[in-house]
Ligand binder design. Structure first.
Ligand code: DAK
Length: 262
């Protein structure tokens, strides 16, 4: 049997529950290798297809979410290995294929590919000991999994250039001020807070959750007029769902909605 480089657990007792993925190479600070990314991708796709799962949380250890791609594994690569082998592109961006929300719960180091993985998630909740960085420049390379693109979209050009060119890390407080993370919580409460956010998402109507995610993502892939038009189509479409009827009837009749994700 292959080594468990991630741990998975289903949390909650509602109709829709949270899939929790814990990156599990603690001694290597969760350095991301090909096998780990394969296991992560498989877990993500399985839960995305599972009606009983409403939200996914990815976390690491207290010391490290992930300190980057495994440097030892890529140290010997030649240009031809990387280019012709389409270096690990195959399994690195699976999280972007997931239609349900994915939350990164980040404690400790989120560096290089670790920071990029967190940024591929829908939002990041940071522990107060978190440190984010794109230190690839110190290795003679540059970010390779979207860091030069997603970081400036999150924190602006000035801070992104600073981090990518000098390799300096951003702590949790700065990351929150800059807009990289949605909230900062005490380290000991990180998982509790992330799972509480996930449980709230699980309690909402599944279609509206997925469409809301699609629409917000569209803001980064289109101009304003196109994005608003896209949002309008999704908005109209939701009036065809049972959950819209249930949500509004529940409000009018002062009761809690029971969404059926249809
Ligand atoms: N890879 C492999 N091992 C790592 C590692 C990494 N990224 N980071 C840490 N480790 C290992 C250390 O080697 C050490 O192992 P032992 O010596 O105990 O065997 C162990 O984890 C503990 O680390 P330290 O002893 O160094 O711990 P410290 O607290 O002193 O320092 C640190 C923590 C995070 C500051 C330091 O470990 C560090 O600087 N790590 C490297 C950070 C880094 O440079 N990360 C960027 C890597 S490049 C792509 C996708 C992704 C990427 C590229 C392309 N495509 C899809 C095309 C991503 C590239 C990268 O991430």
């Amino acid at each position: 049997m292959s080594e468990a480089l991630i741990l998975t657990e289903i949390i909650g007792d509602g109709a829709r529950r949270t899939g929790l993925i814990t990156l599990n190479r603690p001694k290597q600070l969760n350095a991301l290798n090909d096998a780990l990314m394969d296991q992560l991708g498989a877990a993500l796709l399985a839960w995305d297809a599972d009606d009983a799962i409403g939200c996914i949380v990815i976390t690491g250890s207290e010391r490290a979410f992930a300190a980057g791609a495994d440097i030892g594994a890529m140290a010997g690569y030649s240009y031809m290995d990387a280019y012709l082998g389409n270096y690990i592109t195959r399994n690195w961006e699976t999280v972007r294929q997931v239609r349900k929300p994915v939350i990164a719960a980040v404690s400790g180091f989120a560096l290089g590919g670790g920071c990029e993985l967190a940024m591929m998630c829908d939002f990041i909740i940071a522990a107060d000991n978190a440190n984010f960085g794109q230190p690839e420049i110190k290795l003679g390379i540059i970010p390779g999994a979207g860091g030069t693109q997603r970081l400036p979209r999150a924190v602006g050009k000035a801070k992104a250039m600073d981090m990518v060119l000098t390799a300096r890390m951003m702590d949790a407080a700065e990351a929150e001020r800059a807009g990289l993370v949605s909230r900062v919580v005490p380290t000991a409460r990180l998982l509790e807070e992330a799972l509480a956010a996930a449980a709230l998402i699980c309690s909402m109507g599944g279609a509206s959750v997925m469409m809301a995610k699609q629409c917000v993502n569209r803001a980064f892939e289109s101009g304003l007029a196109d994005g608003v038009s896209y949002e309008r189509q999704m908005f109209h479409a939701l009036f065809a769902t049972d959950d819209q009827k249930e949500g509004m009837d529940a409000f009018v009749n002062k009761r809690k909605p029971v969404f059926r994700h249809r």
